[in-house]
Structures are given as C-alpha cells and as structure tokens.
Design a protein around this ligand. Sequence first.
Ligand code: AMP
Ligand code: MN
Ligand code: MN
Length: 327
Amino acid sequence: MTDQFKKEIDSALELINSYNNIYICSHIQPDGDSLGSIMALAMAIKKLKNKANINVIKVDDIPSVFDFLPNIDIIKEQDLSQEVELFIALDSSDKERLGIGAEFLCKAKAVINIDHHITNENFGDVNIVLPSSGSTCEIVYKLIKYMGIEMDKDIATCLYTGINTDTGRFMYSNTTYETHIIAAELIKTGIDTSDINISIYQNRTIERTRLLLESLNQLELYEDGKIGLVVVTQDMLEKTGAGMEDTEGIISFVMDINTIEAACLLKEVSNKEIKVSLRSKKYVNVSKIATKFGGGGHVRAAGFTIIGEQIDTAKEMILKEIFKNIR
Ligand code: AMP
Ligand code: MN
Ligand code: MN
C-alpha cells in the first residue's frame, strides 16, 4: 500500500466517521463490479457504524443474473428530498455515469470517489482511484481490511462476484498476483464459488442464447480479421425475444477468434442512440478511442454512446478510428 493510498483512505475514513447520512452509488447499466462494490461497502460500513443511515441508490435496472447476490434488495430508489451528507461513488469514471445518482452527489457535503478507470475524472473530495486495479471490488477489499472490519460471507460473495466478472473470470490482463491473493482470502471465508459461477455463467436464457447466435451470425471482419464488429438492432431483439441487457458477453465471443485484435459491439438502443463497447487483445488502446467519442474505460475495455446518428453512420465513424489504431 503506497503512502498516497493510505492518506486517501485515512481521509475517506474520517469522512465516513463524521457523517451519518451516507449515500452509496455506482454507474448506470450496472455490472458485477458496480453492484458488488456498492453492496460490499454498504454492508461493511454498517458493521463499522451500526447506527448510520446508509442508502444504496438504484440508478438503473439490475440484470436478473445478479439476483443471487445477498441483500441485493438494499439497492433501492432513494428520495432526493432527504438530507445527503456523504456521497460515495464506486466504479464510475465520471458524474454523468451515475445517472440520477449525480443529483444526490450535487447535494452532498462531501464526496468520496472510489474507482479503477484510467479515465476517472477525480470528481471527489477524496479520490481513491487505482487504474492498476482489476476491479473496484479489489479496492473495496483493501479498504475493508484497512478499516479493520471483519470479512463475512455476504461481503465476500459480493466482492468475489465483482472481481470475477471484471477480470473476465481471472483471464484479462488486468488480473494480477494481488487479484488472486484477494480472491483466495475471500474464498477462505467459505463462500460457494461453484454456486456463484453457475449463477453468473451457466444461467443463460434461451432468448439470450438466440440473440448471441443471431448477432454472431452477422459478424463483420476487417483488416485481415484483426477487427471484428457485431451489431444488435431493435429488430434482432424483437426476433429473438431478448432484451438489450442480453447483449452482455457477446463481445467476448468475438474476442475469442484467433485473428482478432480489436472487437466492437454496436447496440441500437433507439433509432438515434447507439451504445458502443470496445475490447482489445494486445495493443490497441480502446480507452483512447472511447474518450474521442466522449466515453471512457480501460485500455482493453471501454465504451461510449453516440447520440443523433443511425447505426450505419455510427459504424463508419467508429471503424475509421479503429483502423487508425491497427497495425
Ligand atoms: P462495456 O462495454 O459497457 O462493458 O464497458 C466497458 C468499460 O468501459 C467499462 O469499464 C465501463 O465502465 C466503461 N464505459 C462504458 N461506457 C462508458 C461511458 N459512456 N463512459 C465512460 N466509461 C464507459
Ligand atoms: Mn463497471
Ligand atoms: Mn469495474
């Protein structure tokens, strides 16, 4: 732990100790890391300060795959008219990604920003931003340990889920020696990793499976197969009976192709709103590309949204940028 990191944690602890009305929040389009980190931190602070009023803000629909997480129902829509003293943002690179949460943030007396995105805008009064960390859950683990809060199975299940999903089941290049040490410590609490893994990965509905097949069937390859692109249109959702949240995971099938360096998934949220996911294998910095389009993320996984263009135009715009970065 570096001195700078300790200093930031001490400042965060001071804020947590001085305020009672605490709001915890993460990004829209929630994933395992955002959900795992907010729930783990909420449960941990409750152990530290039993009397504290801890509110976990629901900013978006939660994919049903995460229903197995213990105490998932603590994530609720919150009342903006209540007093907000301390606001803690997790796994969110900027305020806009917090959705309705940003309005609670604006009201807060103090803001703690905990994240691992390289594009984080350091919008907090205290910023615990570690881009070298594979997940926000790993940072929360360190925080809990530093605060001397005892780890329990519920907290460990949430943290393990976030670490597991954000590192692509401990496979992506953001997986470090420390990732495995932390995972081992979490497993030591007696959590059922087999159960967790079945819930997350062997739980695909038939509609989601059909969407996966439909989209991969229309895979486009460019630059000798170094670039792979798939789209999910509203028509495809209708045809398969799947929802937009069922696009999760499609891009990793494109990444698995041997020739691929960069993969792109375009989701037609509406006629003029295209959500884009980017991934790379070895050298393309997709965070740089996403930043050009007003988004952000990590070097090997990033995203953004294009508003006001139809899917074909959006595709041309993005491909042009990816071409510039392919060797
Ligand atoms: P996704 O492709 O949605 O799974 O996102 C990949 C990574 O990029 C995640 O770490 C996201 O947090 C990040 N990301 C996606 N969309 C945005 C955005 N509009 N702004 C900032 N970061 C994003
Ligand atoms: Mn996330
Ligand atoms: Mn994350």
